[in-house]
Design a protein around this ligand. Sequence first.
Ligand SMILES: NC(=O)c1ccc[n+]([C@@H]2O[C@H](COP(=O)([O-])OP(=O)(O)OC[C@H]3O[C@@H](n4cnc5c(N)ncnc54)[C@H](OP(=O)(O)O)[C@@H]3O)[C@@H](O)[C@H]2O)c1
Length: 293
Amino acid sequence: MEVGFLGLGIMGKAMAANLLRHGFRVTVWNRTLSKCDELVAMGAAVGDTPASVVAKCKYTIAMLSDPSAALSVVFDKDGVLEQIGEGKGYVDMSTVDAATSCKISEAVKQKGGAFVEAPVSGSKKPAEDGQLVILAAGDKALYDDMVPAFDVLGKKSFFLGEMGNGAKMKLVVNMIMGSMMNAFSEGLCLADKSGLSPQTLLDVLDLGAIANPMFKMKGPSMLQGSYNPAFPLKHQQKDMRLALSLGDENAVSMPVAAASNEAFKKARSLGLGDLDFSAVHEVLKGTGGQAKA
Ligand SMILES: NC(=O)c1ccc[n+]([C@@H]2O[C@H](COP(=O)([O-])OP(=O)(O)OC[C@H]3O[C@@H](n4cnc5c(N)ncnc54)[C@H](OP(=O)(O)O)[C@@H]3O)[C@@H](O)[C@H]2O)c1
């Protein structure tokens, strides 16, 4: 199967590499073209523009930072829309809001192409290991065509029905995750300031009913003040913002998420946006700005 891949950030690079390892022929494009080199060394071809990738490939996947990037790659000059058409499919796996997915879907359909939104749950390591959870919605025939690729990228894919449902599901999941991260960080601070060993807290948590892979993986590095980005904090704050907006639309009160969003915003204002989202711990510790990757 030949696929195009637009966006080689933390996630896109790992996902495109996985497809190559599993025998897919992949043509990549990234706004910063030098990021294609590693994939080329693995056998990928490079397209000059999103349009040229779509022209070459029947199916094109995108993994971009946010709604504005997702829209720009489709609608701007040399974008996806210039070459999408009958018999071609476009799959956007970026985390965006439902309105962005619907806008892209309408435009692609108007050109005769098919569109699936397919954001993912899971971070850098699951992306490297092909263990993502894929939250797809939109054109069912295109979804079915993409199953061989989704099987390589993820451990499970869900087809959630109408366009926007994938985006919404992803935002709900990340809203919960961002709130959990804040509660976890507060707990680590409280243990420390009240004279307990935060490391012992990690051990206690890991044996109880609220044990989870996120606490297990992030806890030790948070205690060291080390935040090598697997999931950049700026993207987590974008997801909280979009989830809160979904709450506004549906009149769902989300005070915990709102408070968590403030902490992520504060972290961004301290210049921590490119670090891992667990760097919000620096805000809660009151030592913002001192953190390292
Ligand atoms: N990292 C995770 O754990 C994780 C997990 C699940 C979902 N996600 C979601 O997956 C998406 C990608 O995340 P990531 O961690 O891979 O992010 P990232 O490392 O920041 O990569 C972002 C990608 O988007 C591109 N981009 C940004 N603005 C652009 C624009 N205006 N036009 C064209 N390309 C643009 C970047 O290109 P340049 O290289 O040129 O900057 C890069 O390829 C995000 O929506 C994120 O929320 C991430």
